[in-house]
Write a protein that binds this ligand. Structure first.
Ligand code: CS2
Length: 495
């Protein structure tokens, strides 16, 4: 057994004898990108693409400064700091082999809760050209009921009162942009990498709503100097398990406190709308296009919604991972039908995309038995996911008089899931910013009033006023309680 080596810059040359490591000189790389949200997805995606780019020796200006915005991110920040920004990406290939690679593109790390000024200064520094975000779907502070910025959020109140030591992304960006304006610097690009339809538009709309209140005279400057490209991001990145860490030690002798695991597939489609320079990510596989909207729509309503379907139904049936759920033949057929009958007609013409093979490839990706993507991860923050992944399909189908049976069953299953137990009585761990409301409304729904769940307007908007939807959902709800979810899935498949 080889000696176990701790992953850090000092040991990199030694580790390079065992697994693939950056061959560029990291100390020569300057920060050109500030990234907020250094969770697994960013490290499997943008940081991976950027690392590949930095292997071109002529490129030295596109290092990433990773920012941990929340106290929740303390552990990952401490780990990355200890490892000088280095971590191992473990790609779980379809045949079960592991491709391991140390990623070096995160050349600096900052912890916002303890050091807000440093983060603001970094975002405002002249060499920074792009601020990228993975702050999750819920992080945009969008309220479905008002279709606008949620000024009721106590953290937003806090930021308005303490502009120099903010807590939210909106407070940080506002201060940084204000400094850029005062110092006569160029604008920046703010690039969302979250799973939201029109994620750039959303970032812009939410930021401008906040700025309008906090620093109204900054609005015009932002409109002229800051661009917000939309993008579609894709790579399934489950939470790292203790076993992954152990296996890396065992098979390569590398002690990495927090490697990232992901699938082999990756995709990044970006609208080519950058305020100043941008990295040539297209040389390492990203696509730059004029209009990213159709790609986003396809991905969100097929892949992400597909995950939600497998997650919620699978959770009720007692499965732990997505591959278990998709390998149940009834759920598999249900998902196929949902994609074909309910989603596909809402997508319109997608030029240059072979939808049939895209859907096939999704089933294969979901079924990768090596990934073991946790159903807990997929069902977490469902209150932010349903309105983006599933409900737009329902709304369009209601308008077009298309089928809503499959989606309604999943929504009804979610109402029952929110009671906190699967069909065998096992406790479900619900991680959701709206957990208390979901629980309260799901209990009300279980008392012979399924519609109560739809009263959560911040999630469902006005859907509770659509009689066709309400009756389809209510029937589905009652059927699940009476016959169990699997029987309902089978019945719909045979309908
Ligand atoms: C998942 C996504 O969180 C979710 O519900 O659907 O994290 C998904 O794995 C990624 O978007 C894949 O690109």
């Amino acid at each position: 057994m080889e000696k176990i080596i701790k992953l850090n810059q000092k040991n990199l040359a030694e580790i390079a004898k065992r697994i693939s490591c950056p061959t560029y000189n990291r100390s020569n790389i300057k920060t050109g990108i500030v990234h907020v949200g250094i969770g697994g997805f960013h490290r499997a995606h943008e940081a991976f693409y950027t690392d590949a780019l930095l292997h071109d020796d002529s490129i030295k200006d596109w290092g990433i400064c990773g920012v941990a915005l929340l106290e929740f991110d303390t552990k990952i920040y401490n780990t990355l700091k200890e490892q000088n920004g280095l971590y191992t990406l473990i790609i779980k290939e379809l045949d079960g082999t592991l491709t391991k690679r140390v990623i070096g593109s995160i050349v600096e790390c900052l912890y916002a809760p303890e050091n807000p000024t440093t983060v603001i200064e970094k975002m405002a520094s002249p060499e920074v050209k792009i601020i990228t975000l993975t702050i999750t779907e819920g992080g945009y502070n969008y309220n479905e009921a008002t279709r606008g910025f949620d000024f009721e959020n106590p953290q937003i109140h806090y930021d308005l009162e303490h502009p120099e030591s903010p807590k939210t992304i909106f407070g940080y960006l506002t201060q940084a942009l204000k400094l850029r304006k005062e110092r006569g610097l160029l604008g920046v690009t703010i690039q969302s990498c979250d799973n939201i339809q029109g994620n750039g538009h959303m970032a812009k709309k939410m930021l401008l709503s906040y700025v309008q209140k906090a620093e109204p005279e900054l609005v015009a400057w932002i409109e002229t100097n800051v661009s917000f490209p939309n993008s579609m991001v894709d790579r399934i990145t489950p939470a790292t398990a203790a076993l992954d860490i152990e296996k890396l030690k065992e098979t390569s002798g590398v002690d990495d406190a927090w490697p990232v695991v992901c699938e082999p597939f990756k995709q990044w489609v970006i609208e080519d709308d950058f305020s100043t320079d941008r990295p040539a990510w297209e040389t390492v596989g990203a696509q730059f296009v004029e209009d990213v909207v159709p790609y986003e729509k396809m991905k969100l309503s097929l892949l992400n919604a597909g995950h939600t379907v497998l997650g919620i139904i699978g959770a009720l049936m007692g499965y732990d991972t997505i591959d278990e759920s998709v390998h149940n033949p009834h759920i598999n057929a249900f998902l196929k039908k949902y994609m074909d009958i309910e989603v596909t007609p809402t997508l319109g013409q997608l030029e240059g995309v072979d939808l049939e093979s895209y859907k096939q490839s999704l089933l294969q990706r979901f079924g990768n038995i090596n990934i073991k993507d946790q159903i807990d991860r997929i069902c977490s923050e469902s209150s932010a996911k349903f309105p983006i992944f599933v409900l737009p399909t329902v709304t369009t189908n209601l308008k077009e008089k298309g089928s809503i049976d499959f989606a309604s069953l999943v929504i009804a299953a979610w109402a029952i899931y929110s009671l906190g137990k699967d069909e065998n009585g096992k406790v479900l761990i619900i991680k959701d910013a709206m957990k208390a409301t979901l629980n309260e409304k799901s209990i009300a729904a279980s008392k012979y009033n399924p519609e109560a769940f739809l009263e959560i307007e911040t999630i469902f908007g006005k859907l509770k006023d659509a009689p066709t939807f309400v009756s389809t959902y209510t029937t589905a709800y009652k059927n699940i309680l009476k016959n169990g979810i699997e029987k309902c899935v089978i019945d719909l498949n045979n309908k």
